[in-house]
Design a protein. Structure first.
Length: 194
């Protein structure tokens, strides 16, 4: 199994990356390899709503001058997709939403390629807005027909300055528990399909 964790933060080594790395660490301990993709290093332009992906049906987007195709292909290959975002003015980052809009359209145009994959969101807030941002990302998983396990609380952490989320013991434990549930669920599904 393979997991991709997508960091929508403008800070590649900030608090969101810390939480996603905690998830990847647990997945690795459970025998699931993965990688962290930093959108700050792989900018994605917004969807043009041209509909070309529905006429081409070749798992590509007409916008070719950014990193979308590279990230999308990794999402398509993954069994588990993790999405991470800090809260920017009460919602997920524009970079992450640009990726999700385009991946959603291209994925739907090609037979709903994300259906029944596992995954879930991870959110970091300085003070507030985390619940809406978590729900915003959850909506994407739900409309993509994906499977999202729960945790002991919502997958959120608090911190503003780089590294502060590491001091949020409950937040770290919550995302680790979420990742443990992903490992458990992946193992159950693999055994069922053997």
């Amino acid at each position: 199994m393979y997991a991709i964790a997508i960091n929508g933060s403008a800070r590649p080594n900030g608090n969101t990356a810390t939480l996603l790395r905690a998830c990847l660490e647990v997945l690795e301990e459970g025998g699931i390899s993965g990688e962290l993709v930093q959108l700050a290093e792989n900018p994605i332009r917004p969807c043009k709503a041209c509909g070309t992906c529905f006429s081409r049906k070749d798992n590509t987007c007409i916008i070719a001058e950014d990193a979308f195709q590279q990230v999308y292909d990794k999402m398509r290959a993954a069994d588990i997709i993790l999405l991470g975002s800090p809260v920017y003015f009460g919602s997920a980052t524009a970079d992450l939403m640009a990726l999700l809009d385009r991946a959603g359209y291209v994925g739907r145009a090609n037979g709903n390629v994300f259906a029944r994959k596992l995954g879930g969101p991870v959110v970091v807030a300085r003070r507030a807005g985390q619940n809406f941002t978590l729900a915003q990302l959850l909506f994407w998983f739900m409309i993509m027909d994906m499977i999202v396990p729960g945790s002991s609380y919502w997958n959120i952490g608090f911190g503003r300055l780089q590294g502060e989320v590491s001091e949020d013991d409950e937040g770290i434990e919550t995302v680790r528990h979420f990742a443990q549930n992903l490992v458990w669920l992946a193992n159950k599904l693999c055994r069922k399909n053997d």
